[in-house]
Design a protein around this ligand. Structure first.
Ligand code: SF4
Ligand code: SF4
Length: 445
């Protein structure tokens, strides 16, 4: 099988968050391959941990991907603070004579956002509303490269590494089967230090909140990377759960049009016509969400405007997220012009250190590097749509016995989607938009 077929067979998708099917992405012919290894969400150690363990496998996969894509350059973008790791990468690149360049960034947020990493590494801005391929670049997350390596050995994506931290007894990096519940992951690290808490899946800047009850049902997916427990009365929770009506009232009453949200917006700073302060001005006085809100489509929801920049605790990110849905619903699409990056952008980096204080999460950061453990479970519920595009179609039925690694969700290679595989061995007990498998040993004949 070819390099691309192996990726398709193994169900590899972008593990950095978006979940773009990798065999579709790699069907392009870019000049440059950029590997994003600059995990930027505070408190997450997932990519860093995997790089320390699998840097040789990852580099081999990067070189193979570069060869396959016939890319002129492959650039591995990481952070300057990963000095030990950079030394390991350099040594391996020398030893194996790989044609891979290393690029390192300061420890700021959102170094690791795809478009910001592209700008840092290549000094090119992806056109506003566009994709990296428009500047001849394909981007993959570093964890995806380990999955690509495994795929070439015939191993499908069935496990994830996750940082579990915050109000937990002991922060850990855990390796878990895909489809395990979030609650099981929390239980595996000894539970919470609190009786009542909220769960952030993802990082503190862009993560999604779950209640304890929701965490009993929500599962680890191919794109998962972090589970953070925080008190229910934490400012992040209050901010994240604010209703749109409350934000509108706050905007009317308190937005002083200081423009800080725009001045710190990383997309505005690379030349995209995104001006959150103008959006907020219009949002405060309008209830019809038409073309005048089109700029909101450019927002990557990084959260800098509301969690760092705004002095009045107003939430442009939540508003933009709402407006994006409204624009899609109303079929509003506008062509944007991209300007030059602003000269002051380098002075507007948001240092992670300041972010930790601003978000009031320093005490979790100060607990240091989490230790590692593997977690097993006797039941998984594996969603058939964990990626952008079309969900896979179940190819197993209730009562079937499946082994770990067996295909349970199929999709054709030409389709935008990814195959799904059993993450444990056992009996299929439920099939709908997800496949539930309960652990069972098959009796030897
Ligand atoms: S930073 Fe806050 S107060 Fe200032 S313009 Fe933006 S939303 Fe309004
Ligand atoms: S969340 Fe705010 S700062 Fe981030 S891209 Fe959107 S408008 Fe800009």
């Amino acid at each position: 099988m070819t390099f691309l077929e192996n990726i398709y067979e193994a169900g590899v998708i972008g593990e950095g968050g978006a979940g773009f099917p990798t065999h579709i992405k790699y069907a392009a012919s870019p000049r440059y391959l950029l590997i994003n290894a600059a995990e930027c969400e505070p408190l997450l150690h997932t990519d860093k941990y995997q790089m320390e363990i699998f840097y040789k496998e990852m580099l081999e996969a990067i070189q193979e991907a570069k060869n396959f894509l016939k890319a002129e350059r492959a650039v591995l973008a990481t952070k300057k603070k990963y000095q030990d790791l950079i030394a390991l990468f350099e040594q391996e690149i020398r030893d194996k004579s790989y044609d891979i360049e290393l690029f390192s960034m300061d420890n700021f947020y959102p170094a690791g956002d795809e478009q910001i990493t592209i700008y840092e590494a290549f000094q090119k801005a992806v056109p506003a509303g566009g994709i990296p391929l428009q500047v001849d670049i394909v981007v993959s997350n570093i964890a995806t490269m380990k999955s690509i390596y495994d795929a070439q050995k015939g191993l499908p994506v069935t496990e994830k590494y996750i940082t579990v931290t915050g109000e937990v007894k002991e922060p850990k990096i855990i390796k878990v089967p895909i489809g395990i519940t979030i609650a099981k992951c929390i239980e595996a690290v000894g539970g919470s230090t609190l009786d009542n808490y909220m769960v952030l899946t993802g990082g503190p800047m862009m993560g999604r909140f779950l209640t304890q009850e929701e965490a009993e049902i929500a599962v680890v997916r191919k794109t998962s990377g972090g589970i953070i427990l925080i008190p229910k009365d934490h400012a992040l929770v209050e901010r994240g759960n604010k209703s749109l009506l409350a934000i509108k009232n706050e905007t009317r009453a308190a937005c002083i049009q200081c423009n800080f949200c725009t001045q710190y917006c990383p997309r505005y700073l690379i030349g995209h016509p995104l001006h959150p302060h103008k959006i907020m001005r219009a949002f405060g006085v309008n209830d019809v969400y038409d073309e005048k809100f089109a700029e909101a489509a450019l927002c990557c929801e990084c959260g800098i405007c509301e969690l760092f920049a705004c002095p009045m605790n107003i939430s442009p990110r939540i508003v933009n997220s709402f407006l994006k849905k409204e624009l899609r619903k109303n079929g509003i699409k506008v062509e944007f012009q991209t300007g030059p990056a602003l000269p002051e952008r380098e002075n507007r980096y948001v240092p992670i250190d300041r972010l930790l204080s601003r978000l009031d999460i320093r005490k979790y950061y100060d607990r240091g590097k989490p230790s590692y453990m593997e977690v097993t479970t006797d039941k998984v519920t594996i969603p058939l749509g964990q990626h952008i595009g079309k969900p896979a179609t179940a190819c197993v039925a209730v009562g079937d016995f499946v082994t770990k690694g067996q295909v349970i969700g199929e999709i054709e290679m030409k389709d935008m989607g990814a195959r799904v595989h059993a993450s444990i061995t056992g009996r299929v007990t439920h099939v709908d938009h997800a496949v539930t498998i309960e652990s069972e040993r098959r009796e030897e004949a």
